[in-house]
Design a protein around this ligand. Structure first.
Ligand code: URA
Length: 239
């Protein structure tokens, strides 16, 4: 791994964002091999013993997986109702993975799982506007005016959504439903369902088919594959 900047190592351990890690260092709350270090940019190696607020940080090698989340699974690390969680699918791996963001219990599709805290922070930060592409089966048919409202931004419970892309894939007049692709660049709680509900078309079924430049490819539901270094690098440089 070679030498790395202290704040980067702390951020990668998932303890804090890089900015917060810098603050922790400056406040004298970080030690390296028993010495308090307050200088930003101090270099450490794989064998340095680092503590933050007196607690040793754990340094696993970093791994990120692209997972096809099935419906009927929660996107948390544990569930108080005993339901199956996304982490259950990774039991055989020796890493403490967690999801990057969330998909609802009844939503399927692409979910990244990682132990790279810095990557997760970066991808989830609203400033970075990572594209998420969803396919929704909705009740009724969107009217041109509703498509405009969804694309421009719409009020959903005290929040106005950022501009989005809307593409009608298929309409079924008889069944009174439509399949719509929606691309959003933020990730508020139940955002897609709330956006469609706000224009009067409740979502019946939802899946995420793309996250940034990543798609599910040939993956089947419940399976995952590890991202390559090149893919992780690309994710880190997406804007
Ligand atoms: N928006 C939703 O409403 N649900 C999801 O699972 C993801 C985005």
């Amino acid at each position: 791994m070679g030498l790395q900047r202290l704040q980067k190592v702390i951020a990668e351990a998932g303890i804090a964002s890089r900015r917060k890690a810098e603050k922790l260092i400056q406040e004298g709350r970080v030690t390296v091999d028993g010495e308090i270090v307050t200088k930003l940019g101090t270099k450490v190696d794989t064998f340095s013993n680092i503590t933050v607020n007196g607690e040793p940080i754990e340094r696993e090698s970093l791994h990120t997986y692209l997972f096809y989340k099935p419906r009927g699974v929660v996107s948390t690390v544990s569930d108080d109702k005993g339901r199956k969680t996304v982490v259950d699918y990774f039991q055989d791996l020796p890493y403490r993975l967690y999801p990057v963001g969330r998909l609802d219990y009844d939503t399927s599709g692409l979910l990244l799982m990682t132990n790279d805290g810095e990557l997760a922070n970066l991808l989830m930060h609203p400033r970075n506007k990572v594209a998420k592409v969803y396919v929704a089966k909705i009740e009724g048919q969107l009217q041109p005016e509703e498509i405009k409202r969804l694309s421009r931004g719409i009020e959903i419970e005290h929040h106005k959504t950022a501009p989005a892309k809307v593409k009608v894939i298929r309409s079924d007049q008889k069944k009174k439903m439509q399949i719509v692709q929606l691309t959003i660049y933020e990730g508020h709680y139940h955002q897609v369902k709330r956006m469609f509900k706000a224009v009067g078309h409740p979502v019946k079924k939802l899946a995420r088919e793309r996250y940034s430049f990543l798609t599910l490819g040939n993956l089947v539901s419940g399976k995952y594959r590890e991202l390559s270094h090149a893919e992780v690098d690309r994710l880190k440089h997406v804007d």
